[in-house]
Design a binder for this molecule. Structure first.
Ligand SMILES: Cc1cc2nc3c(=O)[nH]c(=O)nc-3n(C[C@H](O)[C@H](O)[C@H](O)COP(=O)(O)O)c2cc1C
Ligand code: SF4
Ligand code: SF4
Length: 298
């Protein structure tokens, strides 16, 4: 048996989730390929060569990123094939469920049926920085859930996320973000006194939107998809991201480091933000994990 997951990940969260699935699939004897999606869509693998097909992406403005919609338009048409979706986002609001509507409708036209979709809350790469403690909690929860849910995917279980009132309208309206971000991307600036000209941003941009000439002069093109990769991973936090600069988050979260629970939360703790939605997410996750462990011990 073989599986493929087409993954777009701006700053690594979604790739981490997809890697958990790969690990679990392989434990269950399914050879798994993670295909990183780039704008050139070079050498797109043929989904018909695989028994299980998945697509993974971060939620951007309650939608799938533009690059995933392009992928859905480019992917090979088939007579009938089931697939699953994995998505990550910074907050657990149910309105995030609308993010797959457009993607799924493009895929349907190509002959693909959405069998299951799973949403994992991961630390924000935009808006504000979660505390390290919150980030680790999200990651530990995602790891426990993914170990169960990857098995559900392999067993062909259906898993649909609850629909949202006016969902199609909300998703359609917020796709304006995709046009706005192409414009905004042209207004990125680099702080010359901070930049060490490592070229990491230029090399890693998934749409090749950044050019640095031989004199160290930067130019930003019109293909930005606002994945945040360049500014998030800049080692000196030198990139200003246009009108979203106040929401910029820089630097990896220490997800695999143990947290000292005896230390107080730092001052920038945003414990008030979407408090009830986070509490519901963790409670539902804990209930699912406990139910699974109880079933194993019977
Ligand atoms: C442009 C942009 C828009 C975003 N919009 C949302 C959103 O609508 N809802 C949400 O919960 N998180 C949102 N986020 C946060 C990301 O979805 C989240 O941090 C995700 O895990 C990032 O995954 P990645 O590291 O694979 O790119 C947004 C991030 C960016 C960069
Ligand atoms: S990643 Fe940051 S430091 Fe490196 S070239 Fe880009 S802006 Fe400069
Ligand atoms: S310019 Fe930066 S934010 Fe825009 S697509 Fe490239 S890496 Fe992503």
């Amino acid at each position: 048996m073989r599986a493929i997951i087409y993954v777009f990940s701006g700053t690594g969260n979604t790739m981490r989730i997809a890697s958990l699935y790969k690990e679990e699939f392989e434990k269950q004897g399914v050879e798994t390929t993670l295909y990183p999606v780039r704008a050139d869509m070079a050498d797109l693998p043929d989904p018909e060569d695989y028994d299980h097909v998945g697509f993974a992406y971060p939620i951007h403005a309650f939608n799938a990123p533009a690059i995933m919609l392009t992928l859905a338009k480019r992917i090979k048409a088939v007579s009938q094939k089931e697939y699953f979706i994995l998505k990550s986002s910074g907050e657990p609001l149910k309105v995030n469920n609308v993010s797959s509507l457009r993607f799924a409708s493009l895929m349907k036209r190509k002959g693909y049926t959405l069998k299951s979709e799973y949403h994992y809350v991961m630390p924000y790469n935009m808006i504000f920085r979660h505390t390290d403690r919150e980030a680790v909690r999200m990651w530990e929860t995602a790891k426990a859930l993914a170990a169960i849910e990857a098995g559900e995917v392999l067993h062909g279980e259906e898993h649909k996320l609850p629909s949202v009132f006016f969902g199609r309208f909300i998703a359609w309206l917020l796709r304006i973000e995709q046009i706005a971000m192409r414009v905004n991307g042209r207004f990125f600036k680099v702080k010359k006194d901070q930049c060490v000209l490592c070229r990491k941003c230029e090399k890693s941009c998934p749409t090749e939107n950044i050019r640095i000439d031989e004199n160290g002069k930067f130019s930003f093109g019109k293909n930005c998809i606002m994945c945040a990769r360049c500014s998030f991973h800049c080692p000196t936090d030198a990139i200003k991201i246009g009108i979203l600069n106040g929401w910029r988050v820089n630097g990896d979260y220490p997800l695999d480091r143990p947290i000292d629970e005896s230390l107080p939360e730092p001052k920038h703790h945003h414990g008030w933000y979407c408090k009830r939605a986070y509490a519901r997410y963790y409670a539902e996750a804990a209930a699912k994990i406990t139910e699974y462990q109880n079933a194993l011990s019977v």
